[in-house]
Design a protein. Structure first.
Length: 538
């Protein structure tokens, strides 16, 4: 502790809190800084080593190696262990609403009638210093039920009675927090987000009958889950919180993690709350991990549905793995945003949402994700009908299903084609999302869909993949760099015409275009777009 304190006094630097709410100083008080420093000193070197292991694995994949289930953990997969039982307020997860941590979103999500609310510091959040600090303060106010918001003539406040269980998603292991440094190093974004929330709220949540619950993103191996397990155990001991109070749900959103679901649950077995099918990032991961393999070229993202054989294999394996271990299986995101002006659009889209949720419920999922409060009743009705009075369907063991490595890696999509429309969608969504992100809005409503970093990653990586492998459009036209640049010009012209010249110039579309071209047209595929955008964030 003394060593840590000396490091704090000498080297811990925190960005200015000027212009932020008065509570910001208390959020980053001496005790919180000391706890963050402890996490950094104890765990950052392991985090960096695990990121180096990712690079080694990528090099092996680039050299032609394929993924498979780990031979060294075969006995673990065959043993009959189970995860610890979850607390009562995590037993029902029929509908989970997700979104960023701004005040209006927090209030609307908690008033939505969902089972849980995943407050997101990751893909739906631009990690500006203001967003991060205000987001942490907003969550504490939400826990205390004191959060309010005024917009125009409308007041927002929490309703009386029970609210959705709060779950927080910190950033992934690959991201850093550039606003806080220790001994010249930026803190891990994961440890910063987790550490501040845990330090200020773990005890108050427990006193209110809940606990510190988390979603863990972007992991690629069980060793990364082991690091989180050690962070949880250390943090509970450090603050005198009962062992096992932390509960964490892991997003299986990378193709390597799909081969280590049992192992990930095992590492977190005392702190596990299940697995989630993070399907959009999962598709992005397949493109990224097999970037140089022709057989992994995917068609328009709109054709890569949950009905594709490799997606069916992944999601059904997730349910089987979870239920065998007594863990919850949570389905994927419904990102549709209902239109206030076009009932016809709503009718078609809501039918697709309902079909998607019916498939998940029938497959054995215990709940699902939605991005908008208006989708909560739709998804809830589906899961209520499937589950009846049961809180979940953990008893469904899915012994009828077995997934081989070949099924998980079979990228065939019936009727697959790459179209000019698909290219236009990727270009438009990618640039519009980056523009929104650069303005500090990490969850962007585009074409009646809530787009976040995951779908932007698919958009830009697909363009890169198509160029890398000399794809042709469905009519035979070569998909080359000049065509992509023409489409970029055309899509930006459409945006300019819709906004008007003055509004267009006032927003960072030029920078968004520059970043999109960097991550879509460069010779090498960048692992993630947000770290590059983070460097340009004002």
């Amino acid at each position: 502790m003394a060593v840590t304190q000396r490091l704090i006094e000498r080297d811990l630097t925190v960005a200015s809190l000027e212009g932020l709410p008065a509570g910001a100083a208390q959020l980053l008080d001496a005790g919180a800084r000391e706890f963050l420093a402890d996490l950094h000193v104890k765990f950052n070197a392991r985090r960096e080593e695990l990121l180096r292991r990712r690079l080694d694995r990528q090099a092996a994949l680039d050299a032609g190696q394929l993924l498979d289930f780990l031979p060294e953990t075969r006995d673990l997969r065959s043993d009959d262990w189970r995860v610890a039982q979850v607390p009562a307020d995590l037993a029902v997860r029929k509908v989970e609403i997700t979104g960023p941590t701004d005040r209006k979103m927090v209030i609307n999500a908690l008033n939505s009638g969902a089972s849980t609310y995943m407050a997101d510091f990751e893909d739906a959040n631009t990690p500006s210093w203001e967003n991060l600090v205000r987001g942490q303060l907003n969550l504490t106010e939400a826990i205390e039920r004191t959060i309010t918001h005024r917009e125009g003539a409308k007041d927002y406040r929490l309703k009386d009675g029970p609210l959705p269980t709060l779950i927080v998603r910190p950033r992934g292991w690959h991201l850093v927090e550039r606003h806080v440094h220790l001994a010249g190093q930026p803190l891990s974004g994961s440890l910063f987000d987790f550490g501040l929330y845990f330090y200020h709220n773990a005890r108050r949540l427990i006193e209110k009958g809940s606990g510190p619950y988390f979603y863990l993103p972007k992991m690629e191996s069980h060793l990364e889950a082991r690091l989180w397990e050690d962070v949880f155990t250390f943090s509970e001991q450090r603050l005198g919180i009962a062992f096992g109070s932390v509960k964490a749900t892991v997003l299986i959103e990378t193709i390597p993690a799909a081969f280590e679901m049992d192992e990930i649950l095992y590492e977190l077995r005392d702190h596990s709350a299940g697995l989630n099918a993070g399907r959009w990032d999962y598709i992005f991961s397949i493109i990224k991990k097999f970037r140089h393999r022709q057989e992994f070229v995917l068609p328009d993202r709109g054709q890569v549905t949950m009905g594709a054989p490799f997606m069916r294999a992944y999601t059904q394996l997730l349910v089987k793995t979870c239920h065998r271990r007594g863990a919850h299986a949570v389905g994927g995101m419904a990102a549709f945003i209902p239109s206030r002006r076009d009932p016809a659009v709503n009718e078609v889209a809501l039918a697709k949402v309902r079909e998607d949720k019916e498939r998940e419920a029938a497959d054995g999922f215990d709940g699902t994700w939605v991005a908008h409060p208006d989708l909560v009743p739709v998804a809830m009705e589906v899961f209520d009908r499937e589950l009846g009075d049961r809180p979940n369907q953990l008893e469904r063991q899915r012994d009828d299903f077995n997934a081989s490595s070949g099924q998980l890696l079979d990228m065939r999509v019936p009727g697959a084609e790459i179209t000019l429309t698909g290219l236009r969608v990727n270009v438009s969504v990618g640039i519009q999302y980056l523009e929104s992100w650069l303005r500090g809005v990490g969850a962007a409503a585009i074409n009646n869909l809530m787009e976040d970093a995951a779908t932007a990653e698919i958009s830009r990586s697909q363009v890169w993949q198509w160029l890398r492998h000399g794809a042709r459009l469905s009519g035979g036209t070569p998909l080359d760099r000049p065509l992509v640049l023409r489409v970029i010009d055309q899509e930006l012209d459409k945006i300019r015409q819709a906004l008007g010249d003055e509004a267009y110039r006032a927003r960072p579309f030029d920078l968004a275009r520059e970043l999109f071209e960097q991550v879509a047209l460069s010779p090498e595929l960048a692992d993630f777009l947000t770290p590059l955008a983070y460097e340009r964030l004002a």
